[in-house]
Design a protein around this ligand. Structure first.
Ligand code: SF4
Ligand code: SF4
Length: 193
């Protein structure tokens, strides 16, 4: 987990959940099921944890029968990001979710459960209590990156001046740090913000 994620999680309110149970009843991952099983067999803790609680639906339509809105929302978002490959898609239901939408192992739930939604870009079911807050966090992040881009331009102009090699090195180090900050969010489109 990087600093950005740690910072995000430390600020995430706990009281926005409406206990609809949909994130436990119709979940998915960007990693295909086959790959997840391979990763778990190779000892990957994240994959082992996920497969210890989530069981796959036999088909996308079986998950759609539980919540078509949730399935279609995931597919729509993945298509928009250019990441939708139907053959790789699996939806899952957690075996610890009770019919009352309560977690049957709440006090002993996994970190992946405690951290959900673990990023401002997490795809949450329609109507999830976190929707508005996630939108706000995404916008805040975009604003921060725009500010970094402005400062980067100023720095790059400054760099053209005839400073000593020592100062040039320091400027280059700051420039690298700024470029890294922009790069961290590349998968979410930071190049175009
Ligand atoms: S989908 Fe959102 S509101 Fe529903 S249980 Fe999950 S976190 Fe709570
Ligand atoms: S263990 Fe509990 S919190 Fe985690 S996915 Fe299952 S029902 Fe949800």
């Amino acid at each position: 987990m990087d600093n950005y994620e740690k910072n995000y999680l430390s600020k995430r309110p706990e009281n926005l959940c409406r206990m609809c149970g949909l994130c436990c009843r119709v979940a998915t991952t960007t990693t295909p099921y086959k790959k997840l099983k391979e990763m778990a067999a190779a000892g990957d803790k994240g994959a082992i944890d996920f497969l210890s609680v989530f069981e796959p639906y036999p088909s996308i339509d079986a998950a759609r029968n539980v919540s078509a809105e949730t399935v279609d929302n995931v597919i729509k978002n993945l298509k928009e990001d250019g990441n939708y490959y139907e053959e790789d898609m699996t939806f899952y239901k957690c075996k610890y979710l009770g019919d009352d939408n309560l977690c049957q192992r709440y006090n002993n739930r996994l970190l992946l459960c405690k951290h959900f939604p673990a990023s401002p870009w997490a795809i949450v079911p329609p109507g999830c209590g976190y929707e508005g807050w996630l939108f706000m966090k995404r916008e805040e992040t975009k604003q921060k990156i725009r500010k970094v881009k402005e400062e980067l331009l100023e720095l790059q102009l400054l760099k053209k001046k005839a400073f000593s090699p020592d100062i040039q090195l320091k400027i280059s180090a700051v420039e690298k740090k700024m470029l890294n900050t922009i790069d961290i969010h590349k998968k979410h489109g930071s190049e175009n913000w």
